[in-house]
Design a protein. Structure first.
Length: 745
């Protein structure tokens, strides 16, 4: 490797302590005493709540509504410290659900009495911003889907998910909640099928009950937060059509890149795959297994998207190994054993806990699907599955790669709208858990265009679900080839990607984002292998940093909604070019600190006497990735940590903050979303020398005192015309001692 990326050492970073704390303020009211009287009446009503069969007796759940212009995340600390009110769920900026212990409620009533009676309304800065506190409307806890069954008088058995609030006594969370809900449902002819304690502390109980009893259920339990229909985990069924090739050789692979394939199992009798399966385990014992999907995915991990070319030359070249984790099976009647959301979370926890040290990349080419076939994305709250994947990713320092999902019955959609107008409906957005903040979600783009194909060259595949993701995030993150559809409702199998069959050792073609994700998984595994001590932040950051939108003609929709940051370039992830030098820094940012990362701009890029093709001097690209603390219950404020970033350039020896675009097809910068990418081409008013990337951490929602945020920053300094030897000039001007290669030479 001639030009490895250059690592900026921790010793080079300038850290400056400061103080960003703001103070609380008093909300202006014409009569604080009258406001206090109203607030006291609210508290008295809350204290009188009584739910006989609810096992939670030592605390009260309620709704809290702040005054106009006030925000819960600004007042969160005030409510906790001065009123002992914990905000559990955020519905919008000023309205949410809270909890208070019975003893603290008694104390708060006394404090509010002082607020009413004292001459200067003692504590008015603590209470004046609260408009009202009240009992939660039980019907607000029932999802719209379930309500529709009740509103229209339909009496039918529903498979439902019942979730508690996250603040439960430990004995109730572990046993009491399920026991009480189980008795309620069974007394009315229903059944309980499963329960799960989430990392957030909430309990999910799944079961079946008649829709006529659901309203009674939410009226009987203050501790119930929501009731919704169950979602199911979906996997594409492949109709195998094998093509066997007899004379082909397989090159040896002595690398250690590994991907765990969480899927339907891999055919270990396939001679092209079996040497690279380093382990296998099953989550659910079954009578039989259909391993077609998992085998196809595993083959794409091992050989990537190179099989067409490799088969034509008669030699297969493996790039990666797989660990096979089978989560699907069939019963004795050949019926699929349905996998619930809880089952999938348990399976993921099990495999990551057991193999986190030797396997850093987990491919998930499965999605949650709804009964309607619409997207399972929620615009107001991230799904439980995505939230748990984020929690597991952070705790165990692993990276998930997730398929964006396929549009069901795509030709039916195309009968109403032509490609690409069929994407316009929100129902075509990505499926859960592809909205996960810490994972990489992957869509499909059309490559190898042929006559008769529907999607054009470098256009989004017609079946590939689009973004944006949850809360406007750029999803899918990346795209690679996933096949194409035919014109005139003709699903031509030859337009698919190439993979392996199970039970035959042959090849076949299929299409879908399921078969795009494993290519990115394989890339990520190689980066973990080749970069010593690489973190998921760095690997994810490199793949996003070196992704670009492919050149295309005539696509009429916003490309970033379909292909995210674009197609990654693995070679550039591993090595700089002569004209494009890349710096890498991994650090830990503490609170109340400015963190300034220096990087060198060589003279060759700013020298006016240098002959160049045009007037552009420097192209600068910066990518920042971090793994924040998260809280699903906070709605759109899911992420608790943001890293503010600014770039400072040299201009005649003065530091000047660089003005950068916030969002376009290349750049993306959304507050509290843990990926920032900035790019700008500069033509004037720049000098060579030490420029800097300045970072500062912002946090909310009760982040623990002393919390420090890990991150990775990638900075590329490029000649826009690919003519000048930027890399060598950096070595000549500052030497290799200042920047160490991230991969040892």
């Amino acid at each position: 490797m001639e030009k490895p990326h250059l690592r900026i050492s921790e010793n080079s970073v300038l850290k400056t302590k400061t103080n960003f704390n703001g103070g609380g303020s008093t909300y202006q009211r014409s009569d604080y005493s009258a406001h206090g009287q109203e607030l006291l009446q609210d508290l008295l009503k809350i204290s009188q709540q009584n739910y006989d069969i609810d096992p939670v007796k030592d605390r009260k759940f309620f709704e809290v509504n702040l005054a106009p212009g006030e925000k819960l995340y600004d007042r969160y600390g005030n409510l906790m410290e001065k009123s002992d009110i914990e905000v559990l769920d955020v519905i919008n900026d000023s309205y949410g659900y809270g909890v208070i212990s019975n003893s603290s409620l008694t104390t708060l009533k006394r404090k509010v009495e002082d607020y009413i009676k004292t001459p200067n309304n003692k504590g008015k800065s603590y209470y004046s911003f609260i408009d009202d506190i009240g009992e939660i409307n039980p019907l607000n806890k029932i999802s719209e889907t379930v309500k529709s069954k009740i509103d229209f008088g339909k009496k039918e058995n529903l498979k439902i998910s019942i979730e508690s609030f996250s603040s439960l006594p430990s004995d109730v969370a572990e046993k009491g909640f399920k026991k009480a809900v189980k008795k309620f449902i069974e007394d009315r002819g229903g059944i309980i099928t499963d329960q799960f304690l989430y990392s957030s502390g909430s309990v999910l109980v799944e079961g079946t009950m008649n829709s006529e009893h659901i309203e009674d259920l939410v009226r009987s339990f203050s501790s119930i937060k929501s009731v919704d229909v169950q979602t199911k985990v979906s996997i594409t069924t492949l109709s195998e059509s094998s093509q066997v090739i007899d004379e082909i050789t397989v090159e040896a692979y002595d690398g250690n890149a590994v991907v765990c394939v969480i899927d339907s199992g891999v055919d270990n009798s396939n001679p092209f795959l079996s040497p690279y399966i380093i382990g296998e385990t099953q989550y659910t014992p079954a009578f039989s297994y259909d391993k077609a999907h998992g085998t196809f995915v595993a083959g794409r991990v091992i050989y990537r998207d190179c099989l067409d070319e490799q088969i034509s030359r008669g030699t297969l070249t493996p790039f990666c190994k797989v660990f096979d984790f089978n989560i699907y099976g069939k019963d004795g009647n050949g019926e699929e054993l349905n996998l619930s959301e809880i089952d999938l979370i348990r399976a993921i926890q099990k495999i990551v806990q057991s193999h986190k040290d030797e396997v850093k990349v987990y491919n998930l080419s499965v999605n949650l699907v709804s009964e309607s076939g619409y997207s399972t994305l929620d615009d107001f709250k991230i799904t439980r599955l995505a939230a748990e994947i984020d929690s597991i990713s952070k705790v165990y320092e692993v990276l998930f790669v997730i398929s964006a999902g396929n549009i069901e019955n795509v030709y039916e959609n195309l009968s109403n709208e032509n490609y690409p107008d069929h994407f316009i409906q929100d129902s075509q957005r990505i499926n859960s858990p592809a909205e996960s903040y810490l994972s990489l979600s992957v869509g499909s783009v059309v490559k190898n265009f042929e006559e008769g194909m529907l999607g054009g060259e470098n256009h989004p595949a017609p079946f590939s679900r689009r973004g944006p993701g949850f809360n406007g995030s750029r999803k899918p993150d990346l795209v690679v080839d996933g096949g194409n559809l035919g014109l005139n409702n003709s699903d031509n199998p030859n337009f698919g990607t190439l993979g392996f069959c199970s039970n035959s050792g042959g090849f076949q073609r299929s299409l879908g984002t399921s078969f795009s994700a494993p290519i990115i998984s394989s890339y990520a595994a190689e980066l973990f292998e080749k970069i010593p001590d690489a973190t998921p932040n760095l690997v994810k950051g490199l793949l996003i940093h070196f992704a670009n939108h492919p050149k295309n003609n005539g696509f009429t929709r916003p490309l970033e909604d379909h292909i995210g940051f674009g197609e990654p370039d693995l070679e550039k992830c591993l090595e700089s070019l002569s004209s494009k030098a890349t710096y890498v820094h991994e650090g830990v940012l503490e609170g109340q600190t400015y963190y300034k990362i220096p990087f060198w701009i060589p003279t060759i890029l700013t020298d006016e006497t240098i002959q160049r093709t045009g007037n552009k001097k420097l192209n600068l690209r910066v990518t920042l990735v971090w793994d924040p603390l998260t809280d699903r219950d906070k709605g759109l404020d899911y992420s608790k940590i943001h890293l503010y970033s600014n770039i400072y350039k040299l201009n005649k020896e003065n530091e000047v903050k660089l003005s950068l675009p916030i969002t376009n097809e290349v750049s993306f910068k959304e507050k509290f979303y843990p990926v920032t990418r900035m790019e700008k081409t500069l033509s004037r008013n720049i000098d060579s020398g030490l420029w800097s990337l300045e970072l500062r951490m912002s946090k909310k929602w009760g982040v623990p005192e002393g919390y420090a945020q890990s991150f990775a920053a990638i900075i590329s300094v490029e000649d826009p015309y690919d003519e000048l030897d930027v890399y060598s000039e950096i070595e000549n001007e500052v030497g290799i001692n200042m920047y160490q290669p991230i991969i040892q030479l």
